[in-house]
Ligand binder design. Structure first.
Ligand SMILES: *Cc1c(COP(=O)(O)O)cnc(C)c1O
Length: 395
């Protein structure tokens, strides 16, 4: 019997120039982003400038994590303790965590069978709730119909915050994810599209939000040492009123990320080559449903989701075990018990008014997820699909 040998959690090496620069920085001891020798340029600040240029946003703040960037974004758009924040229910634990962290409550919205926020339920909840913010996770890289979302946001005066943890580099109708809302958050945690271990970005085109983001990220009064910031006047207006919620990126992580920036576009191409091959092969397997990707969407296929629609829910654990014994690691979003990174909304039991979302539960019930590391090749995707096909035929 064939089995798959490669790990699903292997990252690519940090590029050599990034390693060299990191070592150089360690030799100087000046790791803190504001600790600069005379005339020295800050890695963190250069990174912010380069990321903002690449992303096509006016401003960028590098910070400690994606979850930090989301929580800060929520504060900056005015979320207050006790508020409700609209959010698609299919997401990862740091998203409701960020909402809870600012003292607010998530108001979860259903998803549809294509893993997008359910537009009709969004409109219904936009109307019925008092929430004024939508925190939209482009979960697992699936970008919803952004025209419909922006239309509802406009009609109900809702501010959009985008969680782009899985869509760095992805686009909807040619516009990069993160450029639709008032503020966007990105993660550079190891399993995302750039890897600094931990890290994140907040981007925006709003100069007042940008100035507050810089100061609140913990800039003390050294905000001028940031690379993608608004004019001084915007800082003068907010610098005494913005609390310091310490969450800065350091030079070491910034150096690792700067060396990866030039590879991003090519990595997206490599991910999609693997993804498209897997999608085509998995689609052909009997008993599996895999949604087609929308033509408007330029995704980054760093993971793949599909549904085991023809097998019983109670058989899913057994199938996954058999696949795992042959080296194929799938995560199950339908599991009642949260495991590792994978959890379902109803396992976040600190949420006060836990909603019942039948549509979301039905879609997730048989949804599984496979990571697509860049060290896989087209022989690997063929083998993975073969093993999946073989195991599916026994159900
Ligand atoms: C990883 C992730 C985050 C948060 O990123 P961290 O950098 O780990 O805090 C937010 N949203 C989603 C959907 C994620 O997968």
């Amino acid at each position: 019997m064939k089995s798959f040998e490669k790990p699903f959690t292997q990252q690519e090496s940090i590029p050599e120039d990034g390693i060299a620069r990191a070592v150089e920085i360690m030799r100087t001891g000046r790791l803190h982003r504001y600790n600069l020798a005379e005339g020295e340029l800050s890695e963190a600040s250069l990174l912010e400038k380069e990321f903002a240029e690449w992303q096509g946003s006016d401003y960028c703040v590098a910070c400690t994590s994606g979850g930090y960037a989301i929580a800060l974004a929520l504060r900056l758009v005015g979320v207050k303790p006790g508020d409700h924040v609209l959010a698609n229910a299919y997401t990862l634990a740091p998203v409701p965590g960020a909402i809870q962290n600012v003292g607010a409550e998530p108001a979860f919205i259903e998803i549809d069978e294509n893993y997008h926020i359910d537009i009709a339920d969004f409109e219904a909840k936009a109307k019925s709730s008092h929430a004024s913010v939508l925190l939209l996770s482009h979960m697992r890289g699936h970008i919803a119909d952004m025209n419909a979302i922006l239309d509802i946001c406009q009609r109900y005066d809702i501010t959009l915050v985008e969680d782009c943890a899985h869509t760095m580099g992805a686009k909807w109708q040619g516009i990069r994810s993160g450029n639709f809302g008032k503020v966007a958050a990105f993660s550079t945690q190891t399993y995302k599209h750039m890897n600094s271990g931990e890290g994140g970005f907040l981007t925006t085109n709003d100069p007042d939000i940008a100035a507050r983001a810089v100061i609140s990220s913990g800039s003390y009064m050294l905000y001028e040492r940031h690379g993608a910031i608004p004019e001084q006047a915007h800082f003068d207006a907010v610098k005494y009123a913005s609390p310091n919620y310490s969450g800065r990126m350091d030079h070491l992580r910034a150096a690792l990320l700067r060396s990866q920036m030039p590879l991003l576009e090519d990595n997206i191409r490599r991910w999609n080559m693997l993804y498209d091959d897997l999608h085509r092969r998995i689609k052909a397997i009997h008993g599996i449903t895999i949604p087609d990707r929308k033509q408007e969407e330029a995704y980054v296929g760093s993971s793949i989701q599909f549904r085991l629609d023809d097998i019983e829910t109670s058989d899913v654990p057994c199938l996954l075990k058999r696949l795992a014994s042959r080296g194929v690691e799938l995560k199950w979003f339908g599991d009642n018990e949260p495991k590792a990174f994978t959890s379902r909304y109803d396992s976040w039991r600190y949420i006060k008014d836990m909603p019942h979302l039948p549509k979301t539960l039905k879609v997730l019930d048989k949804t599984v997820d496979m990571r697509i590391p860049l060290n896989f090749n087209l022989d690997d995707t063929a083998l993975l699909a073969d093993i999946l096909d073989e195991e599916m035929t026994s159900y």
